[in-house]
Design a protein around this ligand. Structure first.
Ligand SMILES: NC(=O)C1=CN([C@@H]2O[C@H](COP(=O)(O)OP(=O)(O)OC[C@H]3O[C@@H](n4cnc5c(N)ncnc54)[C@H](O)[C@@H]3O)[C@@H](O)[C@H]2O)C=CC1
Ligand SMILES: O=C(O)CCC(=O)C(=O)O
Length: 453
């Protein structure tokens, strides 16, 4: 009992301090408030972690780098953006996590993503620490040459902070194969060395891994398949509401179709589309064109395939069997969660990072909806990045089947480990709490073993 009281009190104190010292970073506070309360039983079992004030160290990044990114646009005008890399926790491996190029990026977004990444990377079972980076650069409407110049300038500063054994960035919103190519080319030029383990998500011709582009979408679908299996159900014949139309949504569409499910919605910042026949075949290929166009609008899909477009709306009112938000954070608020529950949805599986507000997740759990939390469900992307790092170190390439089979097994393991941790610590089949606990245990052990850093 005393430990129980202590743990809860200690967690509250740490949360209060995070709120006070990061008051201008609501997304980071949200991520911390979601994770910390579920760690109480772990701290009760390990009072030594409280004595060593491990949690306060856990919520403070090891290093935050903020830098100027000057670049010249096609009109010859000098533009300036802000670059970020947050090296959050390196206790179990080199910092690992994507770069986001989006106009909304600021320190609070990068910190919430980096914080989530610590637990996610731990859940993969692979030796990778947590980090994240990006810029408020807006790729919309930029030419290829502008994107290249921006990436080169970004790397001109970033290169000194990263390395195959130090910090290994990859893609996220607004950063895909093209951007990784420009970033790597510039890194190689500055370093005068072929150190391709420094970035993942590379093209196949210079050390990329098969299946990495599909991995996050495949992974979230494999994870959802395990959630369905737990309830004695399958994808076959199920309708699915997806949001976004980018990399994760694309991969999820492919795998859901393969498993016999039907994707009926996509979305963008401009609204959502409803396709009652399902997003399949050439329609899935078209998502790649939409993303590459830099227009960032889902209406293009409606125009091309003659389906309904709902401007300014989200897809969460559509009656489906499964909901998979794959666009961005806080896409599903409490009012959407109420609609989703009222529609009888039993499964919500998060492809994006923190796509549901904490209130929405609580409402789902209270109403018996099974939630696949992002840090577990979308870990297939970073897991396959770690497989890319392994291939780079070994100087060899695995086949598509080999990578996919490893990815699939990793997703099954993550699901089972989250499920077991939740059961062991008294949360039942609550994958949200289970993922937090299972991810935390390994990092906490490593931090504690390494002294008071
Ligand atoms: N690419 C990866 O390997 C991984 C990505 N994620 C997460 O998945 C989500 C999607 O990332 P990607 O598909 O890689 O990016 P992307 O750049 O390929 O696609 C992003 C999609 O989200 C939509 N979007 C962005 N901001 C929006 C807003 N404010 N309102 C509505 N729609 C918006 C865009 O229109 C686009 O369809 C992000 O939360 C990302 O952090 C998570 C794990 C790995
Ligand atoms: O593959 C990676 O390292 C990054 C993936 C990522 O950014 C994420 O998991 O959110």
């Amino acid at each position: 009992m005393p430990n129980q009281l202590n743990a809860q009190k200690y967690i509250q104190e740490v949360i209060e301090k995070v709120k006070k010292t990061n008051a201008d970073q609501p997304e980071f506070i949200q991520a911390v408030e979601e994770v910390l309360p579920s760690l109480a039983p772990v701290l009760e079992k390990h009072p030594e972690y409280m004595e060593a004030n491990l949690l306060e160290r856990f919520v403070e990044p090891e290093r935050q780098i903020i830098f100027r990114v000057p670049w010249v646009d096609d009109q010859g005008k000098l533009q300036v953006n802000r670059g970020f890399r947050v090296q959050f926790n390196g206790a179990i491996g080199p910092y690992k996590g994507g770069l986001r190029f989006h106009h909304t990026v600021y320190l609070g977004i990068i910190k919430f993503l980096g914080f989530e990444q610590i637990l996610k990377n731990s859940l993969t079972g692979l030796p990778i620490g947590g980090g994240k980076g990006g810029s408020d650069f807006d790729p919309r409407g930029k030419s290829d040459a502008e994107i290249m110049r921006f990436c080169q300038s970004f790397m001109t500063e970033l290169y000194r902070h990263i390395g195959p054994d130090v910090d290994v960035p990859a893609g996220d919103i607004g950063v895909g194969g093209r951007e990784i190519g420009y970033l790597y080319g510039h890194y190689r030029r500055i370093r005068a060395a072929f150190e391709n383990g420094v970035l993942t998500g590379k093209g196949l011709s210079y050390g990329g891994s098969l299946i990495r582009p599909e991995a996050t979408g495949f992974g979230v679908t494999y994870f959802c398949q395990e959630m369905l299996k737990h309830e004695g159900e399958v994808f076959e014949g199920k309708t699915v509401a997806l949001s976004g139309f980018g990399n994760v949504t694309w991969g999820a569409c492919i795998k859901i179709n393969e498993l016999g499910g039907k994707v009926v919605t996509l979305s963008g910042p401009d609204g959502y589309i409803y396709d009652p026949d399902g997003v399949s075949g050439e329609k899935i290929d078209y998502l790649l064109e939409m993303r590459a166009s830099g227009r960032d609008q889902v209406k293009d899909y409606a125009d091309k395939f003659g389906v309904e477009f709902y401007p300014g709306e989200k897809p969460w009112g559509v009656k489906v069997d499964i909901v998979m938000p794959c666009a961005t954070q806080n896409d599903i608020h409490l009012e959407h969660a109420k609609q989703i529950v009222a529609n009888g949805v039993k499964f919500v599986c998060e492809g994006a990072n923190m796509p549901c507000t904490n209130e929405a997740v609580e409402y789902f759990l209270e109403n018996g909806v099974i939630v696949g939390p992002a840090k577990a469900a979308n870990a297939g992307g970073v897991a396959t990045s770690a497989l890319e790092m392994s291939q780079n170190s070994m100087r060899l390439s695995w086949t598509e089947e080999e990578v996919d089979q490893k990815l699939h097994q990793i997703m099954v393991n993550i699901h089972n480990n989250a499920m077991k941790a939740a059961e062991e610590y008294g949360f039942g089949y609550n994958l949200v709490a289970g993922a937090n606990i299972a991810g935390f245990i390994k990092v906490a052990e490593a931090m504690h073993a390494q002294g008071n850093y």
